[in-house]
Ligand binder design. Sequence first.
Ligand code: GLU
Length: 506
Amino acid sequence: MDRKVRVRFAPSPTGPLHIGGVRTALYNYLFARQNGGDMILRIEDTDSQRFVPGAEEYINEALAWLGIKIDEGVREGGKYGPYKQSERRDIYREHVKMLLDNGKAYMAFDTPAELEARRQSVPNFQYDASTRMSMRNSLSLPAEEVNRLLGDGAQYVVRFLIEPGRDVEVNDLIRGKVTINSSVLDDKVLYKSADDLPTYHLANIVDDHLMEVSHVIRGEEWLPSAPLHVLLYEAFGWADTMPEFVHLPLLLKPDGKGKLSKRDGDRLGFPVFPLEWHDPKSGEISSGYRESGYLPEAVVNFLALLGWNPGDDTEIMSMDDLVGKFSLSHCSKSGAKFDFEKGKWFNHKYLQELPDADLAMMFKPLLAEKGITGYSDEYITGAVAMVKGRINFVKDLWEQAGFFFVEPAGYDPKAVKKRWSEETPRIMTELIDVLDSIEDFSSAATEPVVLDWIAGKGYHLGNVMNAFRLTVVGECKGPHMFDITALMGKEETVRRVRLGIERIKI
Ligand code: GLU
């Protein structure tokens, strides 16, 4: 196939981009880059009723955050523009006329009330070959009547004339050949005179042709529209430039069956949107991956594996790795369970890859929020380095490393019960002397001195070390004790042991 790969991501700006839409954009992008092709971002805003202000900006911002680069689009420009459907009215009008002129479409004057009455009286009513002659349209009405209606400025829609009884083949690169009989399809509305706008069906298909789209990669929920794509391409005489179809598997609920929804996110506590979204109408705020502390690389990696696998068990892949490895033949047909715990795991992994100093810089604003300033970058970096293995998010650094910056507010009662006895204050006082005597407070130098003192006195190693830890950290968890004290320094360590002796009561 020597056709240039050109793919499009074609969201409708009807709200925030759902995480499933992000996955569609990602697969389009990977496929385009892998094949040296073009990635188009087309804004499908022909449904003015559902237009939501801010949604288009949101889409742009989300894709940019994730590193999904657009070659042609509203902002990027390109020679196939405009890339916003509401700016392409003339093009659609002209194409509607082409279909009307060659008898592939017709005008229908049925009012919403008439259609509703029909739906009420005829079970499973469908506007198609079996019913269209009993409706009010340019096929059933005499020509003079049609002209009179048009002359009177009557509103109409243009419907696609679907010939019944034809097997329509859709070749899907994941699903194989899907055959649908045209008799099940209705005469889709392609254009509405009332707002002089095409419907999604016409605009989407005309644009795919004019923008020379080679592959339509989109969610499985669009599979039912594919036969119409095929039939309209034929009706226009474009059958030889028909795009290949790729319908991606659904994203499923983490638990149970069914499609992943916003409600699942609310219920189980994870975002279903890439960025936080402020609903302009209701004022409702929906959480986003970015604001929840995910790194874009982790989100990309996580999403890439929801519906595709590299053929081996490699899990950590950068965007470049993904571009190299992606293949449609390894995309699955069946839905992909949205395992958000795995999403956290990816974030954990990507955080580990960051240089400690970068993580420290990300932690600094959190410290500042708590009024903690004045610590050197080196100190913060040292603290971060010790605990980063335990975090899934930057914000977890506070829970893990907060004690490096503030003395314990209290002492874990369970640990106190287990590790603090009547003689502990005396032993801790001795420990202060031992610590005071140490010149080189590095971890390597302090450790043998303290351990020798414990052994020499015949103390219980676990009890003494845990009591020590309790005074410094407030609980019996955390990194290696002597790494902690080395970073904190002698003065602060001794101060905390002293404070513990004063404050811990049994
Ligand atoms: N505008 C449709 C959407 O909102 C595009 C579907 C397609 O990619 O063909 O997803």
